[in-house]
Write a protein that binds this ligand. Structure first.
Ligand SMILES: [Ca+2]
Ligand SMILES: [Ca+2]
Ligand SMILES: [Ca+2]
Ligand SMILES: [Ca+2]
Length: 426
């Protein structure tokens, strides 16, 4: 009895503690302080890494890296060229990585779709432009990525080339010679402006798979010969063409949104139009994972639970921004300064098995390019946002403001009438 009472009182204290923690977490506002590093259109993306080895994260966007923590001083990687915001630049993605393992972060740059990927070699604090080395002459697709999906500890450039989906792996030998491309799909006549791609373990076998707008490619088990093609699983993630023949979104993500233990998929539907959906994993049927689409946002306010419409979602990144254990995401509109370009974070909520995405507006004069990156720049455990777009280069520094319940409720995005919100969730 005594033991039971002690257990019970411990449990009560614990429950009260949890309630207090939850209440405190509930009344926090997530604010983002906008820092504009440049107002010039040099590139379509940005990222961060420590490029001068002072232990402080720096920003890379287009021809410059900006030294943290103030980003006031910038340094050229290569000769800058200014682009017309009505057109496109020659720099779509920057992926910091110590390519040559000399302890200094280099930068992999993917250019305009159908053009080259390069790596810029960090000159180790020496002045002048960074030596540039060709990785691949033609990188097709609009959302390539550079990350280790094979599990060998070295990142691969995941992209389209010669009509195929495949991997560009870092060679064991001379890294300054072009790197080999290895197809993982048959020739599907993919072209340079193919939209929508992501990586993630769709079937949870511990091997990272690759997703595109029309399905996913299953990475074979370790030890499979490297020239074996990956098994294709057809799923209509974003196959609806619009009037201008646009099809497919941007970066696609594999996340268990509904918390039922299996992996779901997030994708924008049309990187030059409208639509954003998550696809609920419904388990296997005849040995194929079946997905059911839930629209998050369409082209009319009534197609979003909060009445939000954003077009041209050409870059997304995921992170648990509010530390509630559920992965949120960041996206926005890609476009020139002629019209407003918003940046949002979408807070993922699970209530009674129902998944909701609460759209929080961060800004309306930056948007995204083709790459938006979320990560902790200053070590305060709050994920910040880095944007390179036609509007320039931006850092959105994340901070948390503790407020009372009334202030919190006032700041909360308001859903449309409940009938609209329940229909929008279907
Ligand atoms: Ca630094
Ligand atoms: Ca897998
Ligand atoms: Ca799930
Ligand atoms: Ca969260």
């Amino acid at each position: 009895m005594k033991v039971a009472r002690i257990v019970l009182s411990c449990w009560l204290v614990l429950a009260m503690f949890h309630a207090a923690v939850r209440a405190e977490e509930q009344y926090q506002l997530h604010k983002f302080e906008k820092l504009q590093l440049s107002d010039t259109f040099y590139c379509e993306g940005a990222s961060f890494g420590d490029f001068n080895r002072d232990g402080v994260m720096d920003i890379v966007s287009g021809p410059y890296w900006y030294a943290g923590p103030t980003y006031a001083n910038r340094h050229e990687l290569y000769e800058p060229k200014v682009y017309d915001a009505g057109k496109f630049s020659d720099n779509f993605f920057a992926f910091p990585h110590d390519v040559n393992s000399d302890g200094w972060n280099d930068i992999v740059v993917v250019g305009f779709p159908g053009k080259e990927a390069w790596w810029f070699e960090n000159p180790q604090d020496k002045p002048g432009h960074w030596p540039r080395h060709l990785i691949l002459d033609v990188v097709d697709g609009e959302s390539p990525t550079f990350t280790d999906i094979t599990g060998d500890g070295k990142p691969e450039l995941v992209c389209l080339h010669d009509g195929c989906l495949g991997l560009v792996e870092m060679p064991a030998g001379d890294l300054t010679k072009p790197w080999p491309f290895r197809p993982i799909s048959e020739d599907r006549k993919y072209q340079r402006f193919t939209h929508g791609m992501g990586v993630g373990d769709v079937n949870q076998d511990g091997r990272i798979d690759v997703l595109q707008k029309e399905g996913w490619w299953e990475q074979p088990p370790a030890g499979t010969p490297k020239d074996a093609l990956w098994k294709f699983h057809s799923v209509d993630f974003a196959m609806v063409r619009d009037a201008r023949n646009h099809i497919g979104g941007a970066q696609m993500y594999v996340v268990d949104y509904d918390g039922d233990g299996d992996n779901d998929v997030l994708t924008s539907k049309n990187a030059h139009g409208f639509g954003l959906s998550w696809f609920e994993n419904k388990g296997r049927e005849a040995d194929e994972i079946r997905f059911v689409e839930h629209s998050i946002m369409g082209e009319k306010p009534e197609e979003n639970a909060y009445g939000v419409v954003i077009s041209s979602l050409h870059a997304l990144d995921i992170s648990d921004l509010n530390h509630d254990g559920i992965t949120d995401f960041v996206s926005g509109r890609r476009g020139g300064p002629a019209s407003p370009c918003v940046l949002y974070w979408f807070e993922t909520l699970r209530e009674g098995g129902h998944v909701q995405f609460v759209p929080h507006r961060i800004d309306a004069a930056s948007g995204v390019g083709t790459q938006v990156v979320v990560g902790d720049l200053n070590g305060d455990k709050l994920d910040d946002i880095v944007v390179g777009s036609k509007w320039g280069t931006f850092v959105f520094k994340h901070r948390v403001e503790k407020v009372d319940r009334e202030q919190w409720e006032r700041a909360r995005p308001k859903p449309l009438a409940s009938s609209a919100s329940s229909s929008a969730a279907n």
